[in-house]
Design a binder for this molecule. Sequence first.
Ligand code: ATP
Length: 450
Amino acid sequence: MANQESTMEKIVSLCKRRGFVFQSSEIYGGQNGAWDYGPIGIELKNNIQRAWWKEMTQLHDNIVGLDAAILMHPRVWEASGHVENFTDPLVDCKKCKQRFRADQIDQGKLAKKECPECGGELTDVRKFNLMFKTNIGPAEDTASVIYLRPETAQGIYVNYKNIIQSNRMKIPFGIAQVGKAFRNEIVTKNFIFRTCEFEQMEMQYFVKPGTDEEWFNGWKKQRWAFYEKHGIRMDKLRWHQHGPDELAHYARDAYDIEYEFPMGFRELEGIHNRGNYDLTRHTEFSGKDLQYIDQDNGNERYIPFIIETSAGLTRNVLMFLCDAYDEQNVAKSGEAEDLRVVLHFHPKIAPVTLAVLPLVKKDGLAELAREIQQELKDDYVTDYDQSGSIGKRYRRQDEIGTPFCVTVDHETLESGTVTIRFRDSMEQIRVPKAEIASRIQREIKAYKRV
Ligand code: ATP
């Protein structure tokens, strides 16, 4: 397995080299906390998003989707508690001008107001709100202040009545959403782990008070199973329950699924029992009645409890990359080291499902390979590569995690068969070209992480 310390650097460099992720505005020196997803990266991100969306909506009759606006009425963030509570404690060094999270530096130095970097004098601790504020409309005054949403959840809460009415939803039911969120994070290291602009995949599940614990436990199980199903090494995941000091202002109970990134175990997704906090607050602030009316039970009225599953999409991209990354010495014994970099993505997550490669360009093999690729395009994300030796081309596909390579050679001209080469085992089989699509479909279904 790859050396832990340098794994992140290698992943960052692979991501740039192969078009997964680029630094934002790189030609201007880069923009802190923002990253761009390149041609291969966007396929990976879309696949993760699609897998989540399918899991949450298509596989549950009682969960529906939503795409709410990023800009919301400013009162939303007063009701949600973000204006008051969504803060980090900050200190600045008067000498070297560096800024620190007060909760992340040596507490002894903080008490003495001594800069951990240069020993200079620190300012008092100030509360710093993480929401990005801007102005809407022509006047830049306090009445025009608007926020970029720091989470997608509130868009769901304010639409919960609309969705009950338009889609005749009955409790328990859920609303799923994927979208951008923005936080003015002070420390944005570790590549795309913590950024100022990121994407979340959130599902809010509305339940009857008293049944919340059961649903909370059920959703914990389901979210854990999602990662197993998508080929993640389960010994890299663990649960972390929030202690009383960690619990957010809205939460009755909260567990994080943590993944062992190269820099250690860190939060990947949170499962929260938010009680009736959000809908009670929106009732107060909006003056609208947000009670659920249970028509099957004598029109009983109550504010539902909410179980939330909240995962970072962009953080999941990093997790899938770290989990897939591998370096293998594939040299025969006695030969010099020959390192193969390979990403062991689940075939449903891999940016490219199959690459079609003519053994050589000449003798009509290139044309035939193009024809075969054309036929497979409808069902799979395909790639075509004819440049360099076949060995080099396999390695290039390994590096972006392509699970299957279809090679067209002289025998294809004679017998109509091709080879399928498997990324993980590097084994090759011969199949008639008419059977490629169905064979690959079977392989995807049966895929198990080695
Ligand atoms: P953290 O403690 O890491 O700041 P959080 O507890 O504030 O995260 P939540 O508000 O629960 O996070 O957000 C839910 C999910 O959104 C997180 O589990 C994470 O995957 C993702 N997320 C949160 N903040 C960021 C960020 N700045 N960059 C990327 N992903 C993020």
